[in-house]
Design a protein. Structure first.
Length: 276
């Protein structure tokens, strides 16, 4: 895809994520919107090796989506790619359906169930180590939220990954500066975040997480890196990106628009009419 096509894909995915949450009357909408460009870069550019027709392809790259509360974004992208029919998404958050509000491995293309924060990076490091032991060339990607970094398991794994020289592990941090109840820097400061990861023995890159040129450039050498260190890419983003009505507002952390007034406001911000 060209850069212009990727931005058009972002618009499409945001529209579909909004309507998914509106229909289900639940879902972490703002958490899903902040990560769209990160996920699109992985799934639509060829950077990550995967096959919708063979989700369990042995030589695929692995992607552990640790911020499982942002499941609507990944569910929508996997459907768009053909991992399953889009009609399946009608079952999102329904009883006895495979699509939980938090990410579930019952969905084709999902590597593991996540949502209990701090677990994904440990799973990803284990996968990366297994690939090293088996002398496999596939990479492991992990997408994390920034509030997730309050979990000690993240930093235990950071030490583990550096110690084992897991240069086949790439972590994205969706740095949208908001977590459950407030802005991260009002709760427990995360900055200087780059210095923390450097001190744990990682290579660090920091970019605008909504800029496709920056995302692609940060990954351009991903299979030819000379370093023996794991890589973390800190992506500065906006929680609720694309919908001003709900972006950067803690009250919308785990909420979907339910009143017609809120729904209309969100659609207006996206310049979207679902009837067209």
């Amino acid at each position: 895809m060209t850069i212009d096509q990727l931005y058009k894909k972002s618009e499409q995915i945001r529209h579909e994520v909004l309507e998914l949450c509106v229909k289900a009357q639940t879902g972490h909408l703002t958490s899903s919107l902040s990560v769209v460009e990160i996920l699109n870069t992985l799934y639509y550019t060829g950077i990550m090796q995967h096959d919708p027709e063979d989700p369990d392809w042995a030589d695929r790259d692995r992607h552990v989506y640790s911020k499982g509360q942002g499941s609507p974004a990944l569910y929508t992208i996997l459907a768009d790619l053909g991992y399953y029919d889009k009609s399946w998404l009608d079952k999102f958050a329904q009883e006895d359906a495979p699509f939980g509000v938090h990410l579930q491995k019952t969905v084709p293309g999902v590597e593991c169930t996540t949502g209990s924060l701090g677990h994904g990076i440990g799973i990803a490091a284990g996968l990366a180590l297994a690939a090293k032991i088996d002398r496999k060339l596939w990479l492991t990607f992990c997408t994390m939220g920034d509030g997730e970094l309050y979990e000690g398991s993240c930093w235990e794994t950071a030490m583990f990954a550096a110690h084992h020289r897991l240069n086949n592990l790439v972590c994205f941090i969706d740095r949208n500066y908001l977590c459950t109840t407030d802005f991260t820097e009002n709760l427990i400061k995360l900055e200087p975040l780059e210095d923390k990861w450097y001190s744990f023995g990682w290579n660090v890159r920091r970019i605008n997480g909504h800029d496709y040129n920056a995302l692609i450039d940060a990954l351009h050498d991903i299979r030819q890196r000379k370093s023996d260190k794991p890589l973390v890419i800190i992506c500065d983003t906006v929680k609720g990106a694309g919908i001003d009505h709900i972006s950067n507002k803690p009250i919308w952390h785990a909420a979907a628009p339910k009143t017609q007034e809120d729904i209309d406001a969100c659609r207006r911000d996206l310049n979207y009419n679902p009837q067209k």
